[in-house]
Design a protein around this ligand. Structure first.
Ligand SMILES: [Zn+2]
Length: 321
C-alpha cells in the first residue's frame, strides 16, 4: 500500500480520499479492509476506525499536530470547557468522534485552486479554509466564488473530478456580501480560530466578553425591549448571508434570546458554539486580534491575520440605536 502524506491545509478525509485513489481502493468493503490493515490498533467489525489517529500515523506526525493542521477541530472546538482548562489537548473521544467532520453543509472548492493543483502537482485536494462556515469566495484568488458539491462522500472523489464532471453548483450571493465589513470580520474570525487551534483560555474570558457586550450597550439576558448580541448580528450582517449559514437567526424576532449566538456570552462549553463565538468576536471587537488579546485567549501560536482595514473602520464606528 502506497502511503499518502497530507498537503498544506488538507483535511483528513481528503488525504484518505487520495490514499484510496492512489491505491485503487474503490469499494466500501475494500476501504474498511485497507483501514483495518493499516491501523495500529485492533479494529473490530463494529468498532469505529480511529481515522485521525490512523492518518497521523500514516503522516508520521504526532496526533495533536495532525489535529491542529488537518482537522476542523481547531475551529469547531476552539475553546476548551471550564473543566478541562488544564488539558493541553483535545480529548481522544472528541478526536475520534468529531475529528473527521466539517462544520458546513456540502463540500466546497475553489475552481482556480483546483486547476492550479492539478497543473502543478498532477492531482488536486480539498482545503480546510474552504470548509469554514461563511466562506463563499477564495481568499487566494481575488475573491473567486467557491463552488459546492452536495455529493454524499465528495472527499473520496478528487475536487478536479467533481469540477470536470459538473458536480459542483454555484452559490447565489452577490459580491456586495463578500465586501461587507461584518462578513470580512466574520471570515477573519473563523480563519483565525482555525489557525490558532484550541486555546487554553481562563475562565474569565466569558466574563470579559460579557462586559464588552454590556459596555457597547447590549443586554445579555432577554427582557422587555432587550437588545441582544443576536440583534446586533442581525442588524450588521447581510440577511442573505445569515440565511446561508444560520437560517433561523435571519428570521428571529427582535429582542428574542437566540441561544446559538447569545450563549456565547455565557456558556463555558464553547465547543458546540463555534459559530456563536465567531459572531461575537466579529461583532463586538474592531479586530479578531484585539478580541483574543482582550480575552487573554491568544496565549499560544498567536499568529493572527492582519485585520481588514475596512472591517476595522466599520467596527470602530459601532453605535447602538
Ligand atoms: Zn482559490
Amino acid at each position: 500500500m502506497i502511503p499518502v502524506l497530507p498537503m498544506a491545509d488538507e483535511p483528513v478525509l481528503s488525504q484518505f480520499g487520495r490514499w484510496y485513489q492512489l491505491n485503487r481502493i474503490s469499494t466500501v468493503q475494500d476501504r474498511m479492509a485497507a483501514l483495518q490493515a493499516a491501523s495500529t490498533e485492533r479494529v473490530g467489525p463494529r468498532t469505529a476506525i480511529p481515522t485521525v489517529a490512523l492518518a497521523a500515523h500514516m503522516s508520521e506526525m504526532d496526533m495533536l499536530t495532525y489535529v491542529r493542521m488537518h482537522t476542523m477541530l481547531p475551529f469547531m472546538a476552539f475553546r476548551t470547557d471550564r473543566h478541562a482548562l488544564d488539558n493541553p489537548g483535545w480529548s481522544a473521544g472528541t478526536i475520534s468522534t468529531r475529528g473527521h467532520l466539517t462544520p458546513r453543509s456540502g463540500v466546497w472548492l475553489c475552481p482556480s485552486c483546483v486547476k492550479e493543483d492539478q497543473a502543478f502537482w498532477g492531482f488536486s485536494f480539498w482545503r480546510r479554509a474552504h470548509q469554514l462556515p461563511g466562506v463563499f469566495w477564495c481568499e487566494k484568488h481575488s475573491g473567486e466564488s467557491l463552488r459546492r458539491v452536495a455529493d454524499k462522500e465528495p472527499f473520496l472523489v478528487s475536487p478536479w473530478k467533481c469540477l470536470v464532471e459538473g458536480k459542483t453548483s454555484a452559490h447565489t450571493l452577490p459580491e456586495s456580501v463578500r465586501d461587507n465589513a461584518s462578513v470580512v470580520m466574520f471570515n477573519s474570525a473563523c480563519q483565525t480560530m482555525l489557525d490558532q487551534g484550541r486555546i487554553e483560555g481562563d475562565s474569565s474570558a466569558q466574563k470579559n466578553l460579557r462586559a464588552r457586550a454590556i459596555s457597547l450597550g447590549l443586554h445579555v439576558r432577554a427582557s422587555a425591549n432587550s437588545y441582544l448580541l443576536s440583534d446586533l448580528v442581525v442588524r450588521n450582517f447581510p440577511r442573505e448571508f445569515l440565511v446561508q449559514i444560520m437560517p433561523a437567526l435571519a428570521s428571529k424576532s427582535a429582542g428574542k434570546y437566540f441561544a446559538a449566538i447569545d450563549d456565547a456570552l455565557w456558556d463555558q462549553f464553547i465547543g458546540g458554539h463555534a459559530l456563536g463565538n465567531a459572531f461575537a468576536f466579529a461583532t463586538l471587537y474592531p479586530s479578531i486580534d484585539q478580541a483574543l488579546s482582550e480575552l487573554s485567549l491568544n496565549g499560544k501560536s498567536a499568529k493572527g491575520r492582519s485585520p481588514n482595514s475596512a472591517a476595522v473602520r466599520s467596527a470602530e464606528s459601532i453605535r447602538l440605536a
